[in-house]
Design a protein around this ligand. Sequence first.
Ligand code: MG
Length: 358
Amino acid sequence: MKITGVKIKTMEIPLLERFRISSGASSVSLTSIIELETDEGLTGYGEGVASRYVTGENLEGMVNAINILVRSIIGLNPLDLEQIYWTMEGLMVRNSGAKAAVDIAIHDLVGKILQQPIYKLLGGYQDYFLTDLSLGISDPETMAQKSKKAVEQGFDTIKIKVGTTFKEDISRVKTIREAVGPDIVLRVDANQAWSPKEAVKIIDKIAEFDLEFVEQPVPAWDIDGLAYVTEHSPVPIMADEAVLNARDAFKVIKEHGSDLINIKLMKCGGIREAIKINTIAEASGVKCMLGCMISETNVSVTAAASLGAALKNIMTGDLDSIFALKELPVKGGVSAQGKKLMLPQAPGLGLKTDLLHF
Ligand code: MG
């Protein structure tokens, strides 16, 4: 079987409500879904999301990059994963959203060729993956109401976006803890909002509300600062924007930059690179989370959940973008029962793509 071409469909899907984090806000999902074609009629589906602030991509550039990447792998067999990986890496640096779209579609094809769901091919540790629910930045009372609603919907882990003022951030965490009680797991994400010393100061204050971890407290480029916070924080620190790919993971772990790593397919370029990050982390005693970008639909979230379910060291998920979208572009894939994302048993990603018109 040979790869013969690609069709790309860009989509604009409204979010149920505006989602705000410390570095910006969004009301719409901008994404591209791809159909990778083969000479035997089998097709694989993938998705790429552009994140200007994390990976430096935009949608238009990403579509161009996907076309260029696929041109370079035409004629290759989808099963030759290592050949495909190095062909794409040799062609261009970065462009991780574009590479992720192609990599996910290749894995979907591999699953279909071997007649196995992707989570089985990748390790099959379990057939489900648990996710949290993230609350965008808003006033503390509104966030507390939303956290209570999330608990009623079956979520037991809430991620709190912070990064405005100290007073407001402390009030957010305190009000939400009081609203949900002691048994709900709370994690905090500052999205690079603080300096290292600010981070230590505020984490010292919010630690009393029993936090699982604090994510990316300082700017992505500041590995020394991240290590400073990790050393001085009473709460475990997770690297997100600071770790895009496997080399970043190695560097951050070597510098004792964080206790935990947030892997995202759109940051690293897909499943194959994500496995490398997890392997480095696992060998270093660092647990991983699998996260997503706000624009991701159930195409790439199914791929991410498959990887999360497959590997033991990926201990938790932040794959909640599918709950924020007004509609999903395809049927099939993961089915959500509250926090529990059940993986499809159908081959590949198990997507029903008849609604997509390329
Ligand atoms: Mg984050």
